[in-house]
Design a protein around this ligand. Structure first.
Ligand code: B4P
Length: 190
């Protein structure tokens, strides 16, 4: 049987991290969040974390080389997984191509890209709300949040056509209660 490898896609604050938690539990998958992996490197004060922090605090993307290396390492350490939820990865064409190459090498391709769609006004409100309690530097300032959304629009949203061309793109309404959105995602997985 083929693995259930899913890309959870969407702009900052769309609910990727929130919904990943439900999906990994329901389907017994491994959660790979590049945002969480990078924040962990920052916490541990590694060389990689020090380099990433400056970029993340500004709301810029971290270079492909760094995130691809982290994901490769994680996939290789979970070779027995039933599948992965890729949360916040890929974010550029280079990352998408590298992911296809890594999974193709294992003959376990991405089965679907589930894209959470949320209007910008609501994204900004959610992230400012989280910033009040999370302590995340990139959630505290509206200008940084808007820069993250611009980074998404210019570098990440073109991936929609990359996955559409493979017949894997599925848009999901990301506005509603957490349970409603989980139900939409589960239905799309089928
Ligand atoms: P990420 O950690 O990936 O985070 P995100 O895009 O901010 O958030 P996400 O969509 O997961 O939101 P969440 O569920 O938490 O990225 C952070 C930074 O890391 C990037 O800016 C970049 O610098 C770097 N980075 C990460 N991956 C990279 C890569 N591949 N390449 C390069 N750089 C990379 O939800 C947000 C808030 O909304 C929460 O408060 C939540 O409670 C709330 N919420 C969720 N669902 C809701 C709903 N239905 N209704 C109301 N509120 C909701």
């Amino acid at each position: 049987m083929s693995n259930l490898n899913i890309v959870l896609f969407g702009p900052p604050g769309a609910g990727k991290g929130t919904q990943s938690a439900f999906l990994i539990k329901k389907f017994g998958l491994v959660h790979l969040s590049t945002g969480d992996l990078l924040r962990n490197e920052i916490k541990e004060e590694t060389e990689l974390g020090v380099a990433a922090k400056e970029l993340m605090d500004r709301g810029d993307l971290v270079p492909d080389r760094i995130v691809i290396g982290m994901i490769r390492h994680k996939i290789e350490s979970h070779l027995d997984a039933k599948g992965f939820v890729f949360d916040g990865f890929p974010r550029t064409q280079g990352q998408a191509e590298a992911l296809d190459e890594m999974l193709g090498a294992k003959s376990q391709p991405i089965v679907a890209m589930l894209a959470l769609e949320v209007p910008e006004k609501e994204l900004v409100e959610r992230l400012i709300g989280r910033g009040a309690t999370s302590g995340r530097p990139d959630d505290r300032d509206e200008a940084i949040i808007r820069n993250r959304i611009r980074e998404y629009e210019t570098k990440t949203s073109p991936l929609k056509s990359y996955y559409q061309a493979q017949g894997k793109y599925k848009g999901i309404d990301g506005v509603g209660s957490l349970e409603e959105i989980t139900a939409r995602l589960v239905k799309a997985i089928g």
